[in-house]
Structures are given as structure tokens and as C-alpha cells.
Design a protein around this ligand. Structure first.
Ligand SMILES: N[C@@H](CCC(=O)N[C@@H](CS)C(=O)NCC(=O)O)C(=O)O
Length: 207
């Protein structure tokens, strides 16, 4: 049985749990990470010296990095709907996954730390304000992409890109900030929320 290590509060852990649920693969889940069991424990560090969640244990193999784990699971279970094999279609899914992990994630970091985690040293007031501006700019880019009426970020089919972007959109709506109206993003999020596998992974998250 697969083992997923990492707290449910974490957006990166949720990527893995949601992917497992979309695929329908059973797994055992253990809470690890700040607020639960510390990733500084030697037992955890022996699995992931980076001291970060999620970690996937598949028999003798250990895999880290949430997006990599999601791709591994789709590949292993032959879910070419979630991760196409045709190079261009695959690149389009990976492009959005990479964008989420870099630009989009990077934009909210300071604001999220300050507003949700109430971390006093997350940044100055100016840095928090700049983070909010950048986050909104990223979300407007997503709005523009979805405004052509596509059902999902890479077109009609639901893919791994929708899991990682969907969780980011969830964060956007869950964070108590002033948000510009983004009707296509809202409709997209409502659509994703109706997926049976999405239910338990959307909602409040503090990490
Ligand atoms: N690039 C990594 C980032 C993982 C990461 O930053 N995980 C955070 C939680 S979202 C973590 O483990 N923080 C330390 C902790 O919670 O103890 C991935 O995508 O898996």
C-alpha cells in the first residue's frame, strides 16, 4: 500500500492526496510537518533530508516533490487523461504545473505568511502589499486564460494541472483579502469543487 506522509493542511500534501483520490488508488496517510509530527525527527529525515512534506513511499521507493509525485502516480497508473503522453499536450500540462510551483506560489508567499500564519517577520507592510499586488496579477493571468470558456486550464479535459492550480485558486478564495472580480476563475473553481475527489482537499489550509 502506498504511504503518503504530510499534513492535510499543506497545499503540497493535498496535491498528492487529491491525485490519489482522482486515480482511485488506496493509500495510508500519516500527518507530518509543523503542527503535527516534526519533520526534523531522524525517522523523517532518513526519508527526506530536505525535511519537507509530502513524501510518498511506494514499496522500496521514496519520492519527494509534490508535482513529481503527482506525475509519478499518473504515470504509474497509466492515467494519460491526467498526464498526456503526446509531447505537446504533456508540455501544456507541465507548463501550468511549473507555473504554479514557481511564479504563482512565489507571488503569495509573503502575503500568506503574514495574513494567514500571522508571521510577524514574513515581511514589511510594503512587502506584504507588493505580494498582494503580484498575487492578483497572477490570478488575472489565470482569469485571461480561462475567459475563452475552456472547462479546465489546459482545455476540455481535467488534468494534473487542474489539481495544482485548483488548490492555488482555493488558497486565493480562502485567504481573507480584497480580491478583484475574476468571474472565469470563480466558475472554474465551482466546477472543480463539484468533483467527488476534490471535496476533502479544498477548503481551509494553513500551509
Ligand atoms: N517543493 C516542495 C515544497 C514542499 C513544502 O514546502 N512543504 C512544506 C509544507 S507546504 C513543509 O514541509 N514545511 C515544513 C513543515 O511543515 O514542517 C514540494 O512541492 O513538495
Amino acid at each position: 500500500m502506498l504511504q503518503v506522509l504530510g499534513k492535510r493542511q499543506s497545499i503540497n500534501v493535498r496535491k498528492v492526496l487529491w491525485t490519489c483520490d482522482e486515480i482511485g488508488v488506496p493509500y495510508e496517510h500519516e500527518e507530518w510537518g509543523a503542527g503535527t509530527r516534526p519533520t526534523s525527527a531522524p525517522e523523517f529525515l532518513s526519508l527526506n533530508p530536505k525535511a519537507l512534506v509530502p513524501v510518498l513511499i511506494d514499496g522500496p521507493s521514496i519520492i519527494t516533490e509534490s508535482n513529481t509525485i503527482a506525475r509519478y502516480l499518473a504515470g504509474k497508473h497509466d492515467r494519460t487523461d491526467l498526464l498526456p503522453v503526446e509531447p505537446l499536450a504533456r508540455a501544456q500540462v507541465e507548463e501550468m504545473m511549473d507555473w504554479q510551483a514557481t511564479e504563482l506560489n512565489g507571488s503569495w508567499r509573503v502575503a500568506f505568511q503574514a495574513i494567514v500564519r500571522k508571521n510577524q517577520i514574513a515581511g514589511t507592510a510594503e512587502q506584504v502589499a507588493a505580494s498582494l499586488v503580484e498575487w492578483a496579477r497572477m490570478m488575472r493571468l489565470l482569469e485571461r486564460r480561462l475567459a475563452d470558456g475552456r472547462l479546465h486550464v489546459c482545455g476540455k479535459p481535467f488534468t494534473l494541472a487542474d489539481i495544482v492550480i485548483g488548490l492555488s485558486v482555493n488558497r486565493w478564495f480562502q485567504t481573507p483579502i480584497e480580491r478583484p472580480e475574476l468571474p472565469s476563475v470563480r466558475a472554474y473553481f465551482d466546477r472543480l469543487s463539484q468533483r467527488p475527489a476534490a471535496h476533502t482537499h479544498l477548503g481551509d489550509g494553513t500551509d
